[in-house]
Write a protein that binds this ligand. Structure first.
Ligand code: ADP
Ligand code: MG
Length: 386
């Protein structure tokens, strides 16, 4: 195991207009579990392939355990790799698929058997050892694939969307398994995923990428609660954060044009807003209270869509041109066409610069939200209609 450091790592494919990976700085601690998260094509796999040595580096440095590995052959880097396509050797039994790389490294038969048996026990694939890949289910193949990456006891374990071909139930099962394995084995691990839930569930820290550029690198809760910019805010969270254009109106108010929403600009907010006349205002769906009675500061709207998801109810509310998604505890109270009132929790508000998309922050505003996806605090108090 080792720490991994990427320093201004850049990859420009020939004939590409812009770098696939652009000046990426990333410091992964020894034993840490990192997720590279971002939309398809943002440079996640390219980053991983450069670390593995399967792709050349245009510029920058890759250090594993403080050793520059830019020019090392993949097999000399001490990395273990598992891709979404299992790439197991069809003619070989599982046992020999696992032993293959160990033999290539010149380990003796006894040691190889010991290690194969050990990793098979860990990944619970003992009964598969004498089968060939064609006889395995996709979940079993993925377990073998990961066992093969781990059996060499790599300094750094690299997983590229290892779960994305599995059905939902298996995906969650294997995700839990990966987390347990990491807690046990403490491999320095990077998982590439476009699935925010997977990243949130697994990683100590998440590196969010977009168009080859690192957007934010922090703990799941920090990335979620304090997104560095509008991109991160919109990428994490389901349903996504509501983001509105808002303008600074006279009388010290921030208003969403076309609605009655007005946020009084307190001195703390004013400090962030500065001389800006326009802002982007973001609020998570569960930072919105929905009610049938008007309270101070709530704004009217009309329900346009209701989604009963069993563990939450999502209510889409239209106000003029603006559609606002709220996520509330399960209720049958609402139906399309019903007039309602919305109240935004101030601690759930996010302000972004309208041009750069950067979050406006001085570290104290907004206060750390007490709400999150799991713990709604937007209880509905309105009486149930007859
Ligand atoms: P991700 O894994 O995040 O989906 P990739 O790292 O695979 O993204 O790709 C990043 C960008 O680099 C994309 O625009 C992709 O088209 C481009 N790219 C990837 N591999 C190659 C290649 N071998 N040659 C040219 N362009 C590539
Ligand atoms: Mg990829």
């Amino acid at each position: 195991m080792a720490e991994l450091i990427l320093k201004t790592l850049t990859k420009l494919y020939t004939q590409a207009q812009s770098p696939a990976v652009d000046q990426l700085n990333l410091s992964v601690r020894d034993g840490e579990f990192i997720a590279l998260l971002g939309p398809s094509g943002c440079g996640k796999s390219t980053t991983l392939r450069m670390v593995a040595g399967l792709e050349s580096v245009t510029s920058g440095e890759i250090r594993i355990g403080n050793k520059l590995v830019n020019d090392l052959h993949p097999k000399d880097r001490g990395v273990g790799l598992a891709f979404e396509n299992y790439a197991l050797y069809p003619p070989l039994k599982v046992r020999d698929n696992l032993a293959f790389n160990l033999r290539a490294h010149g380990l003796g038969a006894k040691e190889i058997n010991r290690r194969v048996d050990e990793i098979a026990r860990t990944l619970q694939i003992q009964e598969l050892l004498d089968l060939k890949p064609a006889a395995l289910s996709s979940g079993q193949k993925q377990r073998v694939n990961m066992a093969r990456a781990m059996v060499r006891r790599p300094s750094v374990l690299l997983l590229d969307e290892p779960l994305s071909h599995l059905d939902a139930r298996l995906r969650v099962e294997l995700r839990t398994e990966i987390k347990r394995l990491h807690a046990e084995q403490r491999f320095t691990t990077i998982i590439v995923t476009h699935d925010q839930l997977e990243a949130m569930a697994l990683a100590d820290r998440i590196a969010v990428m977009n168009e080859g550029v690192l957007q934010q690198f922090d703990t799941p809760l920090e990335v979620f609660n304090h997104p560095a910019n509008e991109f991160v805010a919109g990428f994490l969270g389901e349903p996504p954060m509501n983001i509105f254009r808002s303008v600074v109106a006279d009388a010290g108010r921030l208003v969403i044009p076309g609605t009655d929403f007005a946020l009084p600009i307190t001195p703390a907010v004013q400090k962030l807003v500065g001389s800006r006349k326009e802002l982007k205002l973001g609020i998570r769906p569960w930072g919105i209270r929905v009610s049938q009675t008007q309270t101070g500061g709530s704004v009217p709207g009309v329900v346009t869509v209701v989604e009963d998801l069993g563990d939450e109810t999502r209510v889409g509310v239209r106000y003029g041109e603006v559609l606002i998604m709220a996520s509330i505890p399960v209720t049958r109270r609402y139906r399309p066409g019903l007039p309602v009132f919305l109240q935004f929790n101030e601690e759930d508000l996010n302000l972004f610069d309208p041009t750069t998309g950067e979050r406006l922050s001085d570290g104290s505003y907004p206060p750390t939200p007490v709400t999150n996806q799991a713990g709604h605090n937007n209880e509905v108090q309105a009486p149930v209609p007859r």
